[in-house]
Design a protein around this ligand. Structure first.
Ligand SMILES: [Zn+2]
Length: 259
């Protein structure tokens, strides 16, 4: 045993870090250890490597690199890019956000909402940028994105008008339920032919509620809920005219209810 370890340690003196398989095997399989102090642990591990390499079969061909991330072991840029995301997990709602038919700026707005990156009154208050964190629309609760989108009494009135006009019996968000969770829960209750249109509609309503909040905050202009719903319907018609067939489909329920 002592002789074997001495042989292994002697091998470390002759090996470079870029040694080939053949050089490593012949020198005792210890290339990586040449810069390390000969402690008992290192010598034991070298001995273990020697045991593992004892039955190693060498071939006459030179060493080659193989790419283990593809089935045919051929390198591809796509597989290398995909390897950057190995072990990562997708955020809840990310897939639905980017699949929703809506203008890019609206999808980006919801993506920022998902990441909690919008500067609401509550966030500005926490950073010492304003004296109060109360909602500009109801002056009752902290102004968070979840509050603006579904929890505010003003927003709930808007949602109620929309759902009533479209004859959709869907529950409004429970107290404290994140808007994203509410959307992902409620969309499953919408009949499948109208589901993607409902997604677009949620984005449109959320986007215009945010714009209403901004109008009240920065321009001191407030719009009553029924008038905001009318403005939303005009905006929805523009989206449909621009080619949003899913929204066009669900808006047909609105026209049918008016007739
Ligand atoms: Zn409010």
């Amino acid at each position: 045993m002592d002789q074997g370890i001495q042989h292994c340690y002697a091998g470390t003196q002759r090996i470079r870090c870029n040694s080939t398989q053949e050089e490593i095997v012949h020198c005792g399989g210890s290339a990586a250890w040449q810069c390390l102090a000969p402690t008992l642990q290192i010598l034991t591990e070298i001995s273990l490597i020697c045991d593992l390499l004892e039955d190693f079969q060498l071939f006459q061909q030179p060493d080659t690199f193989t790419w283990s991330l593809t089935a045919d072991h051929a390198y591809s840029a796509a597989s290398a890019y995909g390897a950057m995301f190995l072990g990562s997990s997708r955020m809840l709602g990310a897939k639905q956000i980017w699949r929703t038919a809506a203008p890019p700026r609206v999808c980006t707005f919801f993506w920022l909402t998902l990441h909690g990156s919008c500067w609401t009154g509550d966030r500005r208050f926490r950073h010492g940028l304003q004296a109060s964190n109360l909602c500009i629309m109801c002056d009752q609760q902290p102004e968070t994105m979840d509050h603006i989108l579904i929890a505010c009494c003003y927003s709930r009135e808007v949602w109620h008008l929309w759902l009533h006009n479209m004859r959709l019996q869907l529950p409004l968000g429970d107290h404290g339920e994140p808007a994203l969770h509410w959307w992902l829960r409620v969309r499953k209750l919408v009949p499948k032919p109208f589901r993607r249109g409902f997604d677009s509609l949620v984005f449109l309503i959320g986007w215009m509620l945010w714009k209403e909040r901004n109008a009240r905050t920065f321009r001191f202009v407030a719009t009553p809920a029924p008038q905001l719903v009318s403005a939303m319907q005009q905006e929805a018609s523009l989206w449909a005219l621009a080619g949003n067939k899913h929204l066009q489909n669900i808006l047909s329920r609105l026209r049918a209810s008016v007739v």
